[in-house]
Every structure is written in structure tokens, then in C-alpha cells.
Design a protein around this ligand. Structure first.
Ligand SMILES: NC(=O)C1=CN([C@@H]2O[C@H](COP(=O)(O)OP(=O)(O)OC[C@H]3O[C@@H](n4cnc5c(N)ncnc54)[C@H](OP(=O)(O)O)[C@@H]3O)[C@@H](O)[C@H]2O)C=CC1
Ligand SMILES: O=C(O)CCC(=O)C(=O)O
Length: 425
């Protein structure tokens, strides 16, 4: 096919190109129709805004915000909002496309989107973050909507920001619209199980992969990079299933205990320490935090940021299994070495899809005006995650391709099939 672009991509490259390099391989495996390929290779909408905010000291600071809708062919677009200093349009574009593939892999009726504001929430007061969130929501009022585009939390955001977003949007509409956003506090129509949902999906994927690799969870050692929403719940839930979590990390460093870390205590410490593990003495502080990725463990869970596994360190990775809690933690160049080494990598668009799955349940409950029990939420999301894992695993066997490409194949196949019936171009 003429549209495959074989040009090599440099490590730490443009994240959208990194996404495209996997998309291209999967498109070739499937023999994807060229017209569908051309539609999917570009986002359907990109909105960038400047947000002037009055800071607590009276100065006015202008922040850069984005919302990218990659596709809404499967339904309203869905995806989180990230607050971080390295947010930029190409990253948001890649994250939006990953959401399209992720929703298709778990077979929920959403397209893909993502938002981001370039800011450092750790250095801002709650009032400043609230004003910024409300300004962003105002700017995106014509983009968001329960049948159009439904945001959710991502790095640097959580239920508090989603509450402000819901309130600001509802004020603009003159009525309470709780289904416009997911990941809300329970009292505003949030779903039981959403806070831990992404980590729980990582746990379900990890156990399913361990079964294939014949790794006994009770004998498995695990290292988790990132101790925020995704990493801490993944660590906690895997420890509850009998695994030994020997290392965890956040920006303050990596903490190691070969006998196993008491994850409950680590979470308690973090929660009483402004969200940071800094100063924690429940495990040994590693001299070099990057070494966490290179530990001789059975399972590595990168659950922080993009491109942490790259051509400079992939040779030294010893884990048998990588389960991607973060979006895009492995650079496209590192894929080849991972495959050559025979490491199974459960890709982001599958492993971390538990979050958007329970977001979907939240939206369904909001529209029903009804609440499900935690047990029902967990049972249904575990089933969706396990079914998705099995479908991707089968595709990897059928086409003799790695799990990452298999996940893209499953996703792109569904989107292409939808285009076949909907047409419209
Ligand atoms: N929240 C969700 O539902 C979903 C999130 N994801 C993805 O998971 C990843 C993590 O998101 P989430 O847990 O929500 O974010 P959080 O903001 O809750 O946590 C991020 C964590 O990563 C740590 N961190 C950041 N940079 C590094 C680094 N270089 N090395 C080690 N640790 C680091 C942070 O440390 P510190 O606190 O010290 O800054 C923090 O512990 C992101 O890629 C996100 O897109 C994917 C699906 C859903
Ligand atoms: O919960 C959601 O809707 C989206 C979560 C998200 O941003 C992600 O899966 O990367």
C-alpha cells in the first residue's frame, strides 16, 4: 500500500508520529482501506486557547490550553484533561488518537479526545487551579457536551477539577448537566469504582498476561513507576492478589524493598505528605530512580509519563512482562527490542482502558439517573477488560504480531467496519 510511511523516527520524537508508526503497521496487517486511513491519520478537530488568569498575587498569567478530538465515528468523543508543564499540541493529538483506539479495543461507544493545559498544578493554589479550570471550561463550552465530547481526569487532575468543570458547564447551560464529565466526586454523580478503575484494569491485564506466561502471581515481583492515581492503585490491587511489589516511584525518587513494599502504608504516607513519597522511610531510596525500570522483576508497570522506555535503556530491561499503566510509556523505537527480547508488552490502549470503561459506566448511570453498586461496576469492568485482553491476544496469535500491534488491529478493524456502514465521506 502506498500510504505506509517507513521513514525512521527518532527516539523521544513527536508523540503523534510515534502513535502513527504503530498505526501504520497495523493498517498494513489489516490492509486498511486508503480512504479510511486518510481520515484517521488526522484529528477531526483541534482547539487551542489562551487563558488569562488572575493569580493570587494579583498578577495576570496567560496559560495555553488544548482540546483535540481525534474521532467521533464510534460515538461522542471521550478523554481526560492533563495539567502538566510539558503539555503541547502534538502530545495532546497523540493522546486523543490513543483514546479512539482504546475505546474501540474495549468496545465502548465513544470516539477519542484529549485535553491539556500547560501549567504546574503543584505550584498553584487551589483558587488558581479553580479559576483556570473554569476558564478552560468556558472556552470549551461549544466543544464539550454529554452527546458531543466528554472529558475526564488525567495526569494532574482528579475529581476536584471535574467538579469545577461540571459546575461551570452547567452554569453556562442553565441546568445541571452531570453527564458532561466523568471522574466526578460521588456526590455529584461520580461512579463508585472510578477512582481505582484504571489501576484495577492494569491489575486485570497483568494477571491475564501472567497466566499466558505461566507466571504465578504469588511468586511474581513487580516494579511500578509513578505513584499517582494509576500506579498506586495498580500496586495496591496487585499486592492484594498476592504479588510482591518491590519498587515504586514518583518524582521524589524510587523506593525499593526486596521483601515487598507495604503499599497501603505508602499510600497513607503520600496522602499525608501533599501527594508525595518524598522522605518516606518504608523502603530504601534508590540512588538512581531510572534504575527502577531495569530491575530484575517479573512485571514492570510504567504508570507515569511517555517515552520512559526508549532505545537508550530498553536493552537493559529484565522484566518478562510490561503492563503499560501510562499512555505512551514506550517509544516506537524500543518496540523492536522488546519484541526481539521476547518480552510481552500489554499496551497502554488495552492495559489502562479500565478508567475509560468505568467513565462510560458513570455516564450511563448519569443518563439513567441511577447508581450501580461498586460490586456491579467492578464485575462489569473486569469482564470488559478480560474480554478485550483475550481478543487482543487472539489477534496477536492469528497474525503472529506483538500485543501492541494486535491491539491496534482490533481497534482499527472496529473503526473501519463502522465507517463501512456509516459512510459519509
Ligand atoms: N487517571 C486515569 O484514569 C488514567 C491515566 N492514564 C495515564 O496514566 C499515567 C499516570 O496518570 P495518573 O496516575 O492519572 O496521574 P497522576 O497525576 O495521578 O500521577 C502521576 C504520577 O507519576 C509520577 N511521575 C511523574 N513523572 C514521573 C517520572 N519521571 N518518574 C517517576 N514518576 C513520575 C508523579 O509523581 P509526583 O506526584 O511526585 O509528581 C505521580 O506519582 C498518565 O500517562 C495518564 O495519561 C491512563 C488512563 C487513565
Ligand atoms: O476516563 C476517561 O474518560 C478517559 C481517561 C483517559 O484520559 C485515558 O484513558 O487516557
Amino acid at each position: 500500500m502506498g500510504y505506509i510511511e517507513p521513514a525512521p523516527i527518532k527516539d523521544k520524537s513527536n508523540p503523534f508520529e510515534s502513535m502513527m508508526s504503530r498505526f501504520n503497521i497495523a493498517a498494513e496487517v489489516l490492509g486498511l482501506d486508503e480512504q479510511v486511513y486518510n481520515v484517521l491519520k488526522s484529528p477531526s478537530k483541534q482547539v487551542s486557547v489562551s487563558l488569562p488568569i488572575t493569580m493570587d498575587d494579583g498578577s495576570i498569567k496567560v496559560f495555553e490550553g488544548h482540546r483535540v478530538i481525534h474521532s467521533n465515528i464510534l460515538g461522542p468523543s471521550k478523554g481526560g484533561i492533563r495539567y502538566a508543564m510539558d503539555v503541547h499540541l502534538d502530545e495532546v493529538k497523540a493522546l486523543a488518537a490513543w483514546m479512539t483506539w482504546k475505546c474501540a479495543v474495549v468496545d465502548i461507544p465513544y470516539g477519542g479526545a484529549k485535553g491539556g493545559i500547560k501549567c504546574n498544578p503543584r505550584q498553584m493554589s487551589a483558587g488558581e487551579i479553580e479559576r483556570l479550570t473554569r476558564a478552560y471550561t468556558q472556552a470549551m463550552t461549544g466543544v464539550f457536551g454529554p452527546d458531543r465530547d466528554i472529558p475526564a481526569p488525567d495526569m494532574g487532575t482528579g475529581p476536584r477539577e471535574m467538579a469545577w468543570l461540571m459546575d461551570e458547564y452547567s452554569r453556562s447551560m442553565g441546568t445541571t448537566v452531570n453527564a458532561v464529565v466523568t471522574g466526578k466526586p460521588l456526590v455529584l454523580g461520580g461512579s463508585l469504582g472510578r477512582v481505582e478503575a484504571t489501576g484495577r484494569g492494569v491489575m486485570v491485564s497483568a494477571l491475564a498476561a501472567m497466566e499466558k506466561l505461566k507466571i504465578n502471581p504469588y511468586h511474581a515481583n513487580i516494579a511500578v513507576q509513578g505513584f499517582g492515581n494509576v500506579g498506586s492503585f495498580a500496586a495496591l490491587l496487585l499486592a492484594e492478589r498476592g504479588c510482591t511489589v518491590v519498587a515504586v516511584s514518583d518524582i521524589s525518587g524510587a523506593y525499593y524493598n526486596e521483601k515487598g513494599i507495604d503499599i497501603k502504608k505508602a499510600i497513607e504516607y503520600r496522602d499525608n505528605n501533599k501527594g508525595s513519597l518524598e522522605g518516606w522511610d518504608g523502603a530504601e531510596l534508590m540512588a538512581d530512580a531510572e534504575e527502577l525500570l531495569l530491575l530484575d522483576v517479573d512485571v514492570l508497570v510504567p504508570a507515569a509519563v511517555e517515552d520512559v522506555i526508549h532505545s537508550g535503556n530498553v536493552d537493559k530491561i529484565k522484566a518478562k512482562l510490561i503492563v503499560e499503566g501510562a499512555n505512551g510509556p514506550t517509544s516506537a523505537e524500543a518496540d523492536r527490542v522488546i519484541n526481539e527480547k521476547g518480552i510481552m508488552a500489554v499496551p497502554d490502549i488495552l492495559a489502562n482502558a479500565g478508567g475509560v470503561t468505568v467513565s462510560y459506566f458513570e455516564w450511563v448511570q448519569n443518563r439513567l439517573g441511577y447508581k450501580w453498586t461498586r460490586e456491579r461496576v467492578n464485575r462489569r469492568s473486569d469482564r470488559i477488560m478480560k474480554d478485550a485482553f483475550d481478543k487482543v491476544y487472539q489477534a496477536s496469535q492469528k497474525y503472529d504480531i506483538p500485543m501492541r500491534i494486535a491491539a491496534y488491529v482490533v481497534a482499527i478493524d472496529k473503526v473501519a467496519e463502522t465507517y463501512k456502514f456509516r459512510g459519509g465521506f
